[in-house]
Ligand binder design. Structure first.
Ligand code: ADP
Length: 402
């Protein structure tokens, strides 16, 4: 049995976790608890290895109760945490601000620091901190490491991260671009470089993480140099429920003409916009179906979604100057040949073309979807944020070298 790392992703009402054996044993356990603190019954779904799912329903008042239930599931369905003891816990933390630019061993001061950054991520950081707190109590003798969604983007140059706004906003209120999905972009960029047969330090890539949240990242020699999400995950691409880019004057306009207050506008831009706002569903599969039935809203939503991606590909090509590959990842990027085709249509003169057969093959793993010898290959690389968190946690805990 090798070194196992427990990966913990605590959201405001859910906890996802995985126990990963980094010495070749793969996923020893995966699970999810939902509806924490929401009053009704929640569901815990736990799976040991490839075994059958073990499910329990109960009321989870807070993260502590959720963790108790997770530990009970390990006892009942395995694996036995005494025999397969994790050597570290890796915690996904959304916002590291400018303070945390790398995976960080958690002590009381770091936990307080994560809480202090809650102003920047009011929904996420407090939940991440609550998860850390209960996990440290349950596993007091091993290293806990915070792996920040923002950290990979610490290499953004000032020209890319600076918003052209008053000095006071920038200096006293930390207003700047931070970027998110960093763990995914980093993992995918490294895998893509390997597929291209290039050292990571030599690969220039545009990574398109298209999930429910979506962001683009320009990676120059293994370093993030530009990314589409900003101070918060709202900026950039059209997402499942988020608008992405918008004229910053829209909220004030809506206040004036519709009497909407800032909070309602913010909620609508985050939860009722994007694909959902345009066509009623945040799931691309629904939109394809609706479009086939002739639904005009679904057609427009797909047009807007793919147009925005194409705009970013062009912009990031210009930022990089030289491009080695375009890489698609996450739920949409990995599974939707239509979105890939439409987002890159017409870019042949930039050297970017798809092989229609490869693109539509329905394949699942890491793969080329461009023709052999294409000037700019197009790749699909399934993301694995949990594995990346486990690897980074092990390294930060000083246990990385095998
Ligand atoms: P999250 O951001 O929640 O981690 P994922 O990366 O799992 O999300 O992506 C979820 C989204 O992926 C879904 O909302 C759906 O739009 C899209 N998706 C999943 N499977 C497919 C598919 N076969 N075809 C098109 N889109 C898909």
């Amino acid at each position: 049995m090798g070194r196992a790392v427990l990966v913990f992703n605590a959201g405001s009402s859910s906890v996802k976790y995985q126990l990963i054996d980094l010495d070749g044993g793969g996923r020893l356990a995966t699970g999810l608890v939902d509806r924490i603190g929401e009053g009704g019954e929640g569901l815990l779904k736990h799976r040991a290895g490839d075994g059958p799912p073990h499910e329990t329903r109960e009321r989870f008042a807070d993260h502590a109760q959720a963790l108790d239930a997770i530990l009970a599931a390990f006892k009942q369905a395995g694996p036995d945490l005494d025999r397969t003891a994790p050597v570290a816990v890796g915690h996904r933390v959304v916002h590291g601000g400018t303070r945390y630019g790398r995976p960080t061993l958690i002590d009381d001061a770091v936990l307080a620091g994560i809480r202090e950054l809650s102003a920047l991520a009011p929904l996420h950081n407090p939940a991440n901190a609550a998860g850390i707190e209960v996990a440290r109590k349950a596993f007091p003798d091993i290293a806990h490491v915070a792996v920040f969604d923002t950290a990979f983007h610490r290499t953004l140059p000032a020209a890319a991260y600076t918003y052209a706004v008053p000095r006071e906003w920038r200096e006293e209120h930390s207003v700047r671009r931070y970027g998110f999905h960093g763990t995914s972009h980093q993992y995918v960029a490294r895998r893509a470089a390997a597929l291209l047969g290039k050292p990571a330090q030599e690969a220039n890539l545009i990574v398109l993480h298209l999930g429910n949240g979506a962001s683009a990242c320009a990676v120059e020699g293994g370093r993030s140099v530009e990314t589409s999400m900003g101070l918060t995950p709202l900026e950039g691409l059209v997402m499942g429920t988020r608008s992405g880019d918008l004229d910053p004057a829209v909220p004030e306009y809506l206040r004036r003409v519709a009497g909407l207050d800032a909070e309602r506008i913010d909620a609508a831009l985050n939860h009722d916009s994007g694909l959902r706002g345009l066509a009623g569903s945040n799931d691309l599969r629904d939109l394809h179906e609706a479009r086939e039935r002739g639904d005009e809203d679904a057609r427009l939503a797909l047009d807007v979604y793919c147009h925005r991606i194409k705009k970013y590909v062009g912009a990031y090509y210009a930022v990089l100057g030289r491009l080695d590959a375009v890489v698609f990842t996450a739920g949409v990027g990995e599974n939707d040949p239509e979105v890939r085709a439409r987002s890159l249509a017409g870019l042949e003169r930039l050297g970017i073309t798809l092989d229609d057969g490869r693109n539509r093959s329905g394949g699942r793993g890491e793969r080329f979807v461009s023709p052999d010898g294409a000037p700019v290959p197009v790749l699909v690389v399934p993301t694995d944020e949990e594995l990346e968190i486990a690897v980074q946690a092990l390294e930060a805990a000083g246990l990385g070298a095998s």
